[in-house]
Design a protein around this ligand. Sequence first.
Ligand SMILES: NC(=O)C1=CN([C@@H]2O[C@H](COP(=O)(O)OP(=O)(O)OC[C@H]3O[C@@H](n4cnc5c(N)ncnc54)[C@H](OP(=O)(O)O)[C@@H]3O)[C@@H](O)[C@H]2O)C=CC1
Ligand SMILES: C[C@H](CCC(=O)O)[C@H]1CC[C@H]2[C@@H]3C(=O)C[C@@H]4C[C@H](O)CC[C@]4(C)[C@H]3CC[C@]12C
Length: 276
Amino acid sequence: FYFYSAPENFDEEMLRGKRVIVTGASSGIGEQMAYHLARMEAHLLLTARTEAKLQKVVERCLELGAASARYISGSMDSPSLPQQLLREAENTWGGLDMLILNHIGQSSFTYFSGDVEHVRKLMETNFVSYVALATAALPMLKESEGSIVVVSSIAGRIAGPFTAPYSATKFALEGFFSSLRQELIIDKVNVSITLCILGYINTESAVRAVSHVIPDTPAPKEECALEIIRAGALRHRQLHYPARAVGTMLLIHSIAPELFESIVRGSYRLENVRRT
Ligand SMILES: NC(=O)C1=CN([C@@H]2O[C@H](COP(=O)(O)OP(=O)(O)OC[C@H]3O[C@@H](n4cnc5c(N)ncnc54)[C@H](OP(=O)(O)O)[C@@H]3O)[C@@H](O)[C@H]2O)C=CC1
Ligand SMILES: C[C@H](CCC(=O)O)[C@H]1CC[C@H]2[C@@H]3C(=O)C[C@@H]4C[C@H](O)CC[C@]4(C)[C@H]3CC[C@]12C
């Protein structure tokens, strides 16, 4: 079943000269992945909406030793952006080795307000664009026997309160990419798909969204970014980061879901949840 001959040990050399696209690369975990990949001397094509931030990230990547670094700015709400990105990869590199899908649209940590239009838009940004990017990248990834890395969340495995639209988009990712992985295996296509199940990470946007409600200490984004690259390079089907916290949550939830959910609710400062 596990037909890839997956290498066991990670060596940063594995990324040298590889052609990598990172989405959501202007801040947070995506920005940190760009810096690690630059140190590893990969070729980088970065994307997000904010051009000024991308320019700075690209400059830093070049200083850190990237084999090359460029960006395309735009919103993943736009159906033309995935094609545009993959065309750029084909024209400049003539191929692609790794596609890291990481961006997310804005969503608040709060009670579901009934805004169906927000759910529709978030599905487009957080899910449909991932499908469009992977679809456009597959011909080149088949050629290079490359990798797709999908950044997801524990909220895409276990739904807690205050993340209904976000959680739905992450559950959708897991369904789509787990099914696609099996079709690739059936067709003997050697493109790996790595799903990253992340817990709470100390990015500015996540800390701003939840620190008044969730007292836990978030894990470091720099280490998280490196673990994602490592799991992708080793062609692992799944990453849990931070491993112990995510593994424990999944285990307890599978044994006693109601107990787990009540413990999580009990740990939140519910009085601080802002209603929109
Ligand atoms: N931080 C955490 O605690 C956790 C994070 N994750 C996952 O990790 C990944 C990264 O999260 P994190 O680093 O915290 O997020 P950030 O908010 O720091 O970064 C999000 C990135 O997506 C870009 N982005 C936002 N909206 C759009 C859009 N419409 N089109 C294109 N790009 C867009 C942002 O740039 P710009 O605004 O310039 O477009 C930015 O580069 C996500 O997939 C998230 O679900 C999972 C679990 C926990
Ligand atoms: C509370 C969750 C796990 C339990 C714990 O205390 O560790 C968090 C794990 C994943 C987090 C969410 C996530 O996936 C990223 C989102 C990013 C958005 O910008 C807003 C916040 C998040 C919904 C974030 C919220 C906390 C977790 C669910």
